[in-house]
Design a protein around this ligand. Structure first.
Ligand SMILES: *C/C=C(C)/C=C/C=C(C)/C=C/C1=C(C)CCCC1(C)C
Length: 281
């Protein structure tokens, strides 16, 4: 027999109107579809880029596959966390907590895997090679994993003080990533040619804008009067993360693919019209 402690169970979910419940339900469903569709697109398009850029496209596909799986689990967890309860005396029905916890860990495990991959795919599509490439990848992916791990204790905490402290600590590796994107990657972006230079430069802004969205969403409970689990806070956090994930994973993945395709235009093509195999890169 398992005994579930209050700590493991987590705080109870608030009561939601059917409209509020359905909004989050539909958001999860939409994100699942977007991840699935992006995965198929990337897998089908991968052969259209030169072999040396295929790793970047593969990583994009892995990101949306991992996220799609987790969204499916999050979706199930959301359904299990609520029961439809008829309203008393003719009042509208509502969704009340079932007692089964809504599992926030799926999201963080997803980020732990996908966020380092997102940084690695940016480097994979750039003209950085050798030791420099390895060291940048390790530093950026390491900082990304650290940021996610440090945010988790705050996300599951039921008191605002704990949420604030871990949020602040997790912001340190986040700022380091921003620094590397804008300062560390600067020289490598300057070496790129034509269109690619402009797109890569813009990708950094896309990353800053979409990634910057997560700490804002994380802070919503701090702004809504400290009640972490008010209906408004729960809905805003879930829908907010959904929007950010579609932009930061699907949107970003398609842009990385486009960069790979543009850069492939300069690569040697065989008589059969396919790209020559990579020469030990
Ligand atoms: C696909 C998922 C992505 C790109 C997730 C990115 C997540 C972040 C940039 C999270 C950052 C956080 C902080 C900077 C402080 C508060 C805690 C976090 C983890 C939400």
């Amino acid at each position: 027999m398992f005994v579930i402690t209050a700590e493991e169970k987590g705080p109870d979910m608030p009561t939601l109107s059917t409209g509020e419940y359905t909004l989050v339900y539909n958001a999860f469903s939409f994100v699942f579809a977007a991840m699935f569709a992006t995965f198929i697109f990337l897998v089908l398009s991968r052969a259209g880029v030169a072999p040396k850029y295929r790793n970047a496209v593969t990583m994009s596909a892995l990101v949306v596959a991992i996220a799609g799986y987790h969204y499916f689990r999050i979706f199930e967890s959301w359904q299990a966390a609520f029961v439809l309860t008829p309203g008393a005396n003719g009042a509208a029905a509502s969704y009340t907590a079932s007692g089964s916890p809504f599992n926030d860990a799926y999201r963080y495990i997803d980020w732990l895997l996908t966020v380092p991959l997102l940084t690695a795919e940016l480097i994979a599509v750039m003209a950085i090679t050798g030791a420099k490439k390895t060291s940048l990848t390790i530093r950026l992916a390491g900082a990304a994993a650290l940021m996610v791990a440090l945010g988790y204790p705050g996300e599951i905490a039921s008191d605002i003080g704990t949420r604030t402290i871990w949020g602040v600590i997790s912001t340190i590796p986040f700022l380091y990533i921003v620094y590397e994107l804008f300062v560390g990657l600067g020289p490598a972006i300057q070496q790129e040619k034509g269109n690619v230079k402009g797109i890569l430069s813009n990708v950094r802004w896309l990353m800053l804008a979409t990634w910057g969205f997560y700490p804002i969403v994380y802070s919503i409970p701090l702004l809504t009067g400290g009640a972490k689990l008010s209906a408004t806070a729960v809905i805003a956090v879930q829908v907010g993360y959904c929007i950010a994930d579609v932009l930061a994973k699907c949107g970003y993945g398609v842009i990385i693919y486009n960069i790979a395709r543009l850069k492939s235009e300069g690569e040697p093509v065989t008589a059969a019209g396919t790209y020559a195999p990579a020469s030990g890169d």
